[in-house]
Design a protein around this ligand. Structure first.
Ligand SMILES: NC(=O)c1ccc[n+]([C@@H]2O[C@H](COP(=O)([O-])OP(=O)(O)OC[C@H]3O[C@@H](n4cnc5c(N)ncnc54)[C@H](OP(=O)(O)O)[C@@H]3O)[C@@H](O)[C@H]2O)c1
Length: 308
């Protein structure tokens, strides 16, 4: 099996590539603006570059994590959001239709619960999407193209874990609280936090089993961001006084959030025969990794971008 991971320089992609390599799966990871050891550069917005990459690589599966997941940025940059969130899949579809052989790779598109409106989550694969934001609409458009190709859509949500750029929710909260800065956290956004290593394992498994259709991959706890923040503070021994509960409306964000979101992973779990970890287990693993990283004295790069 040969797998391409588009967006392997990102948070989730770097874990996916790691797990594939550990399992001795032949794999190629790509970056766009942030290079990394062993990664090749690919701009998924560049049709010609994508075509050469796909034709020359002869992949069995292409996992597409290349994206701009900063929901606020996407809301005020809709054209760029389309270029980063939909165009990569639309290019792939054209390339594969042109090649049109039985040896075509399976396209695994990584999507989000932001395709739902958040009126009655947690959602199953059977529920009807109704995105509220530009980002959600562009993800849904890419999903439809993927399904028309008979590919795979894997929806993930609120992924947490150790991240070099410290931009996932847990990492940002830890960073701010350690620097004694208050963080406003919504009490009315409900979701299913998911440990990054589980997401990576799930994507590797989807590729290995050549699963098709839609799969939800989300942790079993359905809780508010505020409750999640308190659990993070407890495990990471942070002062909870820095966590300020607010309503989403008070944050003055441009993009509408699905409030009662989150997803159910029963279909995925019964297909693969293992369960995703809850936040107690996931956070303790994250905490162990942070301790190891600190004792090894690794520096951590901080960026200003915030994603989902
Ligand atoms: N993290 C979450 O909680 C979460 C939740 C739901 C869904 N998702 C989805 O999961 C996927 C991965 O998320 P993430 O958190 O890992 O995002 P991330 O850390 O921001 O990574 C995004 C990746 O996309 C690459 N990329 C961006 N524009 C590109 C382009 N034009 N051509 C090629 N590559 C490009 C980036 O490369 P460079 O950095 O090298 O530029 C990076 O490797 C995304 O599709 C996101 O929508 C994530």
């Amino acid at each position: 099996m040969k797998v391409a991971v588009l967006g392997a320089s990102g948070f989730v992609g770097s874990y996916v590539l790691q797990i594939l390599r550990r399992s001795q799966v032949e794999s190629v990871g790509t970056f766009f603006q942030h290079s990394g050891a062993g990664l090749v550069r690919l701009d998924c917005g560049d049709y010609g570059a994508m075509e050469s990459f796909v034709r020359e690589g002869k992949y069995d599966s292409i996992i597409v994590l290349a994206s701009q997941p900063n929901v606020e940025w996407c809301e005020s940059h809709p054209d760029e959001s389309y270029a980063r969130n939909t165009l990569p899949i639309s290019h792939l579809a054209k390339i594969l239709t042109k090649v049109n052989s039985s040896g075509n790779p399976n396209v695994i598109f990584v999507s989000s619960d932001y395709v739902f409106d958040g009126f009655n989550g947690p959602y199953t694969e059977e529920d009807r999407p109704n995105p509220l934001s530009v980002y959600g609409r562009h993800k849904l458009e890419a999903e439809k193209i993927t399904l028309a190709l008979e590919g795979t859509v894997v929806r993930i949500t609120v992924v947490y874990g150790l991240e070099k750029n410290q931009k996932n929710f847990a990492e940002r909260l830890i960073r701010e609280a350690k620097q004694k800065r208050k963080v406003m956290v919504p009490v009315d956004q409900i979701g299913s936090p998911t440990y990054v290593e589980d997401v990576a394992r799930a994507l590797a498994e989807v590729a290995a089993r050549q699963l098709r259709g839609i799969y939800h991959v989300a942790g079993p706890d359905c809780i508010s961001r505020y409750e999640l923040a308190l659990r993070i503070a407890e495990v990471m021994q942070l002062d909870p006084a820095y966590i300020v509960p607010v309503q989403t409306a008070e944050l003055g964000q441009k993009a509408k959030r699905p409030l009662r979101a989150g997803m159910l992973s029963g279909k995925f779990e019964s297909t693969v025969g293992w369960k995703l970890q809850g936040i107690e287990q996931g956070l303790s693993k994250m905490q162990e990794q942070i301790s190891k990283t600190q004792s090894a004295g690794f520096g951590i790069k901080v960026t200003g971008l915030t994603s989902e």
